[in-house]
Design a protein around this ligand. Sequence first.
Ligand code: GLU
Length: 433
Amino acid sequence: MSVKVRFAPSPTGYLHIGSARTALFNWLYARHEGGKFYLRIEDTDRERSKDEFLQEILGSLKSLGLDWDGDLVFQSRRTDYYRKMADLLVQKDMAYGEGGALHFRSPKTGKIIVQDLLHGPIEFDLDQHLSLAEDLVIFKSDGSPTYNFAVVCDDADMGITHVIRGDDHISNTPKQLPLYEALGFQKPIFCHIPLILGEDRSRMSKRHGATAIREYVEAGYLPDALVNYLSLLGWSPGNNQEIISRQELIQKFELKRVLKTGAVFNKEKLEWLNGQYVRKLPIPELTDNLIPYLEKRRYKTEDRAWLERLVLLFQERIFTLNQFPDLAQFFFEENIEYNEEAHKEFAKDARLKNAFTRYAAMLESLPVFDAKTIEEKSRALMKDLEMSGKEFIHPCRVAVTGRAISPSFFETIALLGKEKATRRLRQAANSIK
Ligand code: GLU
């Protein structure tokens, strides 16, 4: 039996982290088994379904690299098929019309047992779950099929072997099972996966932070890092491994290893993990990825080699791509602002006026402007000025970057270039009485 799974979003909103995780588990399972991963658009609610949401969902899936097999299936184009299935039930007197709607004669006594791959058998006693014994509307009076009916018809027609969806659908499954029987359909294997929770263990929602996949992509989370992180939300490879490549995930993913309890979303962990992926990217690729974030700030350069050196300088320091323009700001802006506290400190040391002036003159005179030369000559100057590295470098860093913290000082000077470095040193000298 070859595995066929589906992800069935309703285009009534953006792609939520929780839904993306459901899509990912379906995708991983299909790829692990060499099966098919289908995408079905559940757009029967014509009022709430919007093309912009569909585009956002597809765009988010693509940016995560979750490719689907075959054509998209749109429920809104399959009304004739649902109609046919409903007629079949009417012919067998298993459904009837009332008030313009069609109702399915749901079972009234006994138990419905959902066999769930993760949770085992889940029993629904109809004496206790009275709403399950109510006849189920399968077609609404507006002529559209209901979710529970369309889902069953489609899962059967598409030959879905495993229905992998969120725990929030557990209560729908006992409504769907009698329909499988009434229509003579073969039942798929059900696997309800736990929801994603916020830090307070309630269902992950906007008040816990960004929930749309698009927001994470825009903030500069890398697709592989997101996929890695989402896969660990409710699944584990069986050891404490945290960094797992896409290929390894496909190889190791098993439904049986999905955890039964909700997984807590931890933004810090995701950020840390993304940082690990940033460190591993080859510089040319990381540079390509960072350029759009620079462009958003109108930071431009024609000098690719310079930019790649700059990226290398910050590769160990950024966790998300959108942090780069902030950290590298002083390389692109003409004028810098001093970190107030750091500046106060250097303004106190009268020796610095002279030190900055001499440093500027020395840098200006250098025929070769690379980190190694700059370091050698700077150390000689410090000696001459009788200043320690700490006394000299720290204020100079504030003078040229505006900040108390920056990457490697001499490479920073080299990449700033003579003009910016000397101009800023002279400005700093002038700011001291
Ligand atoms: N359209 C449903 C949802 O977005 C899909 C449920 C299912 O997978 O059966 O929740």
